[in-house]
Design a protein around this ligand. Sequence first.
Ligand code: PLP
Length: 374
Amino acid sequence: MTMSSLELRSVPFFNYPHVFKSHEAEFMAIFADVGCRGAFIDQKDLKEFEADLAVYTGARYALGVADGTDALIIAAICAGVQPGDEVIFCTHTMVATAASIHFAGATPVAVECGPDHLIDPVAVESAITKRTKAIFPTQLNGRVCDMERLQAIADRHGLFIIEDAAQALGAKYKGRAAGTFGLAGTISFYPAKTLGSLGDGGAILTNDAAMFERMRCMRDHGRNADGEVVRWGLNSRLDNLQAAFLHHRLRGYDESIRRRREIASLYHSLLGDIPEVVLPPAPCSHGRFDIFQNFEIEAEHRDELKSFLASRGVGTLIQWGGRMVHQFKSLQFGCSLPNSERLCTRMLMLPLNLSISNEDVAYVADGIRAFYRG
Ligand SMILES: *Cc1c(COP(=O)(O)O)cnc(C)c1O
């Protein structure tokens, strides 16, 4: 055994200061520029970022909002989700997906995820009732759902789709970007997301002019372009300073994605032969371009593996704290979704971020191998 394989490393699950530290001079220059212009609210930095985000995703319109949760709430309300409606979502998602349906006054209906950890189209179809209004699929872990099947189901039943693409900026399905399939798609710029801001931030994508106009008004107190109040609104503008930071990061985003996919490939080559572990699909598969927001594996003896890796300095994360949305008792879903509940006991996210080296990845993989060899 070489010395290096005996050495303990520290591989944190996510390194929050890393993005700032690795671009500190640029960020400070942006801060000074925005500050000296006094350009804090809804200024050109926001408009320019929105324009480039639309170009990047191929969406007709992009709208910056306060965060990914507001993006969902605004999209749901402006799409016309209302009391009496049911909206179908996958229980393997952040609670915010369901919260947006709740705050629009409708009933969130949780369904199973399939073996790819994404919403199961068969489960969607069997959950449809006379009250169903829409489907809110989550493009989880940076991978796009089977949008053709979902759209076919939606068309058959007269439903619309809003994509929770919080984790999937730049992910594609058959050449088309996450967030551009449905009536609207939402993005999060939470710092640990693939395009993280230095705080909270979010965006909504849409190709529908009327939908865009409703959402633009709603994020700004219901005011139209003339400043007249034309509907009930919120204050949910994406902070202009964050927009300036994000615009800067967007220029290097393709390179970040290239690196994320490289790390995913490395995990695949190092872990592919361990029978106790199920890996997510490899980077190039089934017409998809995955951006690997997360590398979520399924693992036998998951909790013991997590502790073992922690003892070797490797940070891992169990998504949503190990609970699917329908399992939060206070939210009173009262349903049972056995496939997702089983997945919940097995899923584990390995470190995949821009601060880790190939040696770190090999070290994580060595740890997993050592755990199962006993
Ligand atoms: C992060 C996330 C959100 C919420 O985004 P915020 O910007 O934190 O409000 C919603 N849905 C999913 C799937 C997410 O991962």
